[in-house]
Design a binder for this molecule. Structure first.
Ligand SMILES: [Zn+2]
Length: 386
């Protein structure tokens, strides 16, 4: 199985935009760190990574047990780590340790009585929080605080210029969690908490949350739908769980226009996602001009995923990752923090995460070898000029 090889529909027409987005003359916070990495890297053998990419992974995340037959299982992370460790660039990733998300950061998104209820239910052993599909075990509250804290740790390192971008390989996921309700395998809304943290702790004005999980991120949309300072953009199967995410949902009041929903039919393939990116997602990002880019990176729109009917290739995740990185370079000094959401195929998820991180790190050797991604070449050239 080689799903990462040439994806003609994805590669076609990609070059011009990739080249246009590859001018990296205004890189700011990561430039120093990247320069150091480059200098160090020059003394090593390949692989060359063009960016310093953080990886937040804490084995405590394996201890959240939603139930024996639950698809959101710890093997998602162990299979992914085993897959990543086989990559020649794996050693180049910067390990980032997560601390438990502080209460005040949780409370920026969640009601205090919800947080108290989550702790009480988890400590008593569950079996579930609020709804049966959010199975919890005794340690789930602590794990969920780490999952939320992982994003904050990555953001701190990005804002300090120590890394250019980062990926949080944590669970439980977050984008279905509402202010006062657990939902859809999610306890705390990791992406929403991180967006508020970047604004309040780091003083950023505008934050983009791009959500390509196959399910609509109802919790994230609701957290920001009246807020013009957080752009929430989602591609998702529709109609489908959780039921929200119609194209007509565009925000409320002052937030009107800062919610962009791209509903996708069952059976959608790469070409439809590309079209939505070009027609709606990228123009919306360019209008909004975010100061940081957050990704709710679920990989359950993959053709092999058992929970949904969108049929993306691994190459499409690679393509979308490159477009997001280009947009972040254009507007946000390259600042990207990507958070794992869904993805339930133990074959496809590790492949997709590997492809995604390879793009984040600028080490996408497979794509360049196959000649499918000219973005890689453009970035290499840009980097050499620095
Ligand atoms: Zn999902």
């Amino acid at each position: 199985m080689n799903r990462t090889a040439a994806v003609p529909g994805v590669a076609d027409g990609n070059g011009a935009e990739a080249r246009a987005g590859s001018r990296r003359s205004e890189r700011s916070p990561g430039a120093g760190a990247q320069g150091q990495a480059g200098a160090t890297g020059a003394t090593r053998r390949a692989p060359a990574v063009r960016r310093r990419t953080g990886l937040a992974y804490d084995p405590i995340c394996l201890r959240h047990d939603p139930g024996r037959t639950h698809p959101e299982r710890s093997a998602r992370l162990t299979a992914t780590m085993e897959r990543l460790a086989r990559e020649p660039w794996f050693a180049e990733l910067v390990p980032v340790a997560a601390a438990p998300c502080p209460a005040e950061r949780l409370e920026a998104v969640h009601a205090p009585d919800y947080i108290a209820r989550a702790e009480e239910v988890c400590r008593s052993g569950g079996p579930y929080l609020d709804v049966p599909d959010v199975g919890v075990s005794r340690e789930s509250f602590d794990v969920a605080r780490i999952a939320a804290g992982a994003g904050l740790a990555l953001a701190d390192r990005v804002m300090a210029g120590e890394i250019d971008n980062g990926f949080s390989l944590a669970r439980p996921p977050g984008h279905h969690a509402e202010r006062s309700l657990a939902l859809g395998f999610c306890v705390f809304n990791n992406a929403a908490i991180l967006a508020r943290y970047l604004q309040r702790r780091h003083g950023l004005e505008k934050v983009l949350i791009l959500d390509w999980d196959v399910h609509h991120g109802n919790g994230t949309q609701h957290a920001f739908e009246e807020d013009p300072t957080v752009l929430y953009a989602s591609l998702h199967q529709y109609p489908f769980y959780p039921g929200t995410g119609a194209a007509s949902e565009e925000g409320i009041g002052r937030g009107t226009g800062a919610t962009v929903n791209c509903p996708m039919p069952a059976g959608a393939r790469d070409a439809l996602y590309e079209e939505a990116f070009r027609a709606r997602i990228l123009p919306a990002i360019d209008r909004f001009k975010p100061d940081a880019v957050l990704l709710s990176a679920g990989f359950d729109a993959h053709a092999e995923d058992p929970l949904a009917a969108v049929e993306l290739s691994t190459g499409c995740y690679r393509w979308m990752s490159e477009r997001v990185l280009e947009a972040a370079d254009r507007h946000a000094g390259g600042r990207v923090v990507s958070l794992l959401e869904g993805g339930y195929s133990l074959d496809a998820l590790p492949e997709c995460v590997a492809a995604h991180i390879e793009c984040l790190a600028g080490a996408d050797r497979d794509a360049r070898a196959a000649g499918t991604l000219e973005a890689g070449d453009g970035l290499t050239k840009g980097n050499e000029e620095e």
